[in-house]
Design a binder for this molecule. Sequence first.
Ligand code: HPA
Length: 241
Amino acid sequence: MTVRIAIIGGTGVYDPNILTDITEEKVDTPFGLVKVKVGGYQGKRVAFMARHGEDHSVPPHLINYRANVYGLHMLGVKNIFATAAVGSLNSDMKPKNFVFVDQFLDFTKSRPQTFLEEGVIHLDMTDPYCPRLRRVLQEAAQKHGLPYHKTGTYVCTEGPRFETPAEIRMFSQLGGDLVGMTSVPEVVLAREAEICYATIAMVTNFAAGISPDRLSHQEVVDIMDENVHNLRKLVMEAIAA
Ligand code: HPA
């Protein structure tokens, strides 16, 4: 059976334990080798990939986004649910809220954004995130009574450092709701591969200068851990749909 659905697990989501009969596939892409777990869920074959590696060893700016997305494409994947821990710039989007991202602002600096090594394509980015999968997620969150926002604008920074309060004020003036370090170019490459891609952002903290405290990666991981059961519910409902 072909694999049509993939989960890309971000920070705090390393464990494909919702799947049964898991096998590990090594996919040799033109951009490098990637490891993907494939298992069953409700009669479907589902791929799981840990974005930062299984031991969270790869920082956001060094992730091989092209190999990851191309590897899923080579497996036949047509739909990706990507999880993301994010900081919030929007007072309505509180820690542990889910946000189904619909737009991005790109502040990355050093990441290849196309599979093409030569020639030119100008990819349409009117709907970077898949509206159909977003609806599936909205309905799943509604059904399970989880706190969610139907849409939101994700500001992608280069990282791996967190932002300055001045940067956060600027992002806020530009219309950003959330800040994270990984959605670009992952979403762009998925579009280029004609894969329907949705992000499940989970707010782990208010962004620098909004939060009264200094930020730490541990805080992000701790909040993610506290809410990962809800994230799992959401993903299971969405892939069953
Ligand atoms: N900034 C950038 N990335 C993040 C944050 C943040 O505040 N929280 C979780 N990922």
